[in-house]
Design a protein around this ligand. Sequence first.
Ligand SMILES: [Zn+2]
Length: 389
Amino acid sequence: MTAETVSSVDMLRKLVAFDTTSRNSNLKLIEYVRDYLGEHGVASTLVPNEEGTKANLYASIGPAAAGGIVLSGHTDVVPVDGQPWTTDPWELTEKPDGNLYGRGSCDMKGFVAVALAHVPAFKRARLKVPMHFAFSYDEEIGCLGAHSLADRLMGDVPRPRAVIVGEPTMMGVVNAQNWGGGLIATFTGFEAHSSMTHLGVSAIHFAGDFIHWLNELQVELAARKRTDIDTVPGHTTINVGVINGGTAGNILARECVLNWGYRTLPGDDPWEVQRRAEDYLFNTLLPKMKKKHPEAGIGLRRRSMVPGIKPEENEEAAQLAMQWTGSNRTYSVPYGTEAGIFRSHGVPTVICGPGDISQAHQPNEFVAKSQIAACDAFMRRLIDWAERQ
Ligand SMILES: [Zn+2]
């Protein structure tokens, strides 16, 4: 069996063809990657989720030495439901504008594809330090897979020198990223006929009070806009993304569930919004609901917490990544990535990958071919560096 050699674009074509929307299994993609690595004599370790329906994958090339570089990416993508795509989202389509269209082309199968396409080059090189691949599941629904992936990888391989998380940054080196908290608020009311509002509690109406309170908090947080950071909008943001509740127009709703979250700037208190929400929900709103009916209730549970990163003192990972991109500055981003999870293991971590984040999650998502080429160049410089260590 001859080992497959593919270009980064051809590898991206293969990866995009797997519908790894977070609600689906990613196992077909993971098995493809495992088999591809196996053809090149690289052993993979799979870290499955509890149900065995999804898996992370990690693998190492080069000496079993400390000081290696982790190339990290997520394999899942956001849904295409309801989006006006003009091409098949699961088929990478090159257009005359020089862009490659497809779900995940930018966020972030692009980086994963470039890393994988360089496996033969990594194998050929006389690496003095290893290259580690770390590919996760369920990043898009709260970085759920990366925790077990980072735990296993960091326990298994000699201490790496840096982690590169290849989320789209236009190949800029990002060393600061917001915290992201996701929560589920459940309001339980008491059903009654809509003509008898005094007999029941509408879960929807109280959920509405909470949304109003979040809006006011958002105004307060916006007034604390920071100027020492280059992300837009420069303050903590809040969003209620999903609301579900009620059964009929003439019944006081028994249940209303809000899926909401917030993003906190690096350096700000990442727990402030949750703490204040708990205080409002349980000390202000709940007594009002209970007064109307003792069976009314509120629940609040954390769905996810994606730690942010702020610039490191010695900037070790940023200095390395800047060598490999050929740039001399760093950036901040407002969106969450898996970088904070790796950073929490004490390994210097930055974000750097092909594509523009404004393309992520959009219909007709694309990555420019020139960005893939820039990431190819990054990998070549990384190999040169690893041979000189
Ligand atoms: Zn992403």
